[in-house]
Design a binder for this molecule. Structure first.
Ligand code: KG4
Ligand code: ZN
Length: 364
């Protein structure tokens, strides 16, 4: 297929603990993708420390943007626009990327578009890079599971206005549960990758963990009960003494999380009458989740698309692509562009309280 390249959009991402910049065209072709992770900075604290994150973005952002332009073989002047994550995320972290993007836009005259980080994750399956699946047609149902968010969405198109939340977690995000359980077990931060690796060696039926909110037709999640089960287990019996016992506990915990994530995503696709399913966010890197979702999709006649890991975890290519879609639609922001710690996507689940009543307004 011959694709003409008309647009080159610089994406900037600094909402949490990755400083990232990328250049992408409007077909999703990734021309450069630079991610500088702060994992080592936050690891001693067992989680992201907001002030350290903001300060490190300030240190890294200019070299990261320079590297993204260099890798793409482009100059600022040759770009079509600048996209930047403006929400949701850590307040101080978001300000760094947004101020850099506004300054670049002001000095070059390039259009600027703010992007919701969650929209970026939901569209990441459209990025064209080695190992990427053919992008699914709209509409698709997507599970977005990361360290800060876990929800199921119906995606009818590439703009925020085309996306609705179908159900979300009432408490912890799935990645947060992996991270907290890893901390309880002394496995370090972030927890997902190490629990995933150990789970591969263990017996997922060794322990019988609760599968919360699986009955009925709910599309909401709750992971705090699973985490508390592990906390009580460790308080009672101590941390697993042998590598085999540790692997069994990790495998059983992972099975419980994966089972509810996969089953509810398939439930949502069937309820919406949608045949394409997408996994995205850092937890979509999980081997167990990929396998279980693939098996359930096959059984139910659904088509599953899972982006490569570089598109699942935080990156700026997904922000550049989401921004390109806004530019293609004729949308622009201006010098008044500002940040918010909340998503712009309408939410049906309220943390700690469950579903909103029909017609109730979303938070600002
Ligand atoms: O999307 P992401 O890079 O950043 C956020 O926006 O949060 O997701 C990071 C989260 C962390 O909680 C991490 O533990 C989890 O994704 N994660 C995983 C795996 N790889 C990363 N969770 C389960 N299994 C994995 N293989
Ligand atoms: Zn993210």
């Amino acid at each position: 297929m011959l694709l003409t390249m008309r647009m080159r959009v610089l994406g900037i991402e600094s909402s949490c603990d990755e400083t990232a910049a990328a250049v992408v065209d409007e077909h999703g072709l990734v021309l450069s993708d630079v991610v500088e992770s702060q994992i080592a900075l936050h690891a001693p604290w067992g989680g992201v420390v907001p002030e350290l994150a903001a300060r490190d973005h300030l240190r890294a952002i200019v070299p990261v943007v320079r590297a993204a332009l260099r890798d793409a073989g482009t100059e600022l002047d040759a770009l079509s626009g600048i996209a930047v994550t403006v929400r949701p995320g850590l307040a101080g972290a978001l300000l760094v990327g947004t101020l850099v993007a506004k300054t670049l836009s002001w000095s070059t005259g390039l259009p600027i578009v703010g992007v919701d980080h969650l929209v970026g994750h939901l569209l990441a399956v459209h990025l064209r890079r080695p190992g990427a699946p053919a992008p699914p047609p709209y509409p698709f149902v997507a599970l977005l599971a990361s360290g800060g968010h876990t929800a199921i969405y119906r995606v009818d198109g590439p703009l925020a206005a085309n996306i609705v939340e179908l159900g979300a977690t009432r408490d912890d995000a799935a990645g947060e549960a992996f991270d907290k359980v890893a901390k309880l077990l002394g496995l370090g931060y972030p927890g997902g990758p190490v629990v995933d690796r150990l789970a591969k060696e263990g017996n997922p039926r060794a322990h019988d963990l609760p599968l919360p909110m699986l009955a009925g037709d709910s599309l909401e999640f709750s992971f705090s009960g699973i985490k508390s089960w592990v906390a009580r287990h460790v308080a009672r019996e101590g941390r697993p003494a042998s590598p085999a016992a540790m692997a069994d506990l990790c495998a059983s915990f992972q099975r419980a999380v994966v089972e509810v994530l996969a089953r509810k995503t398939i439930r949502a696709a069937k309820a919406e009458g949608v045949s394409h399913v997408v996994l995205c966010g850092g937890v979509a890197a999980n081997r167990g989740l990929r396998e279980r979702a693939a098996a359930l999709c096959e059984k139910n006649g659904l088509v599953l698309s899972v982006p490569p890991i570089a598109s699942c975890t935080d990156n700026a290519a997904m922000i550049a692509y989401a921004g390109a879609m806004r530019l293609v639609a004729g949308e622009r922001d201006d010098a008044s562009l500002t940040t918010s710690t909340r998503t712009q996507l309408p939410r049906v689940t309220r943390k700690g309280r469950g579903r909103r009543d029909a017609g109730e307004r979303s938070d600002p």
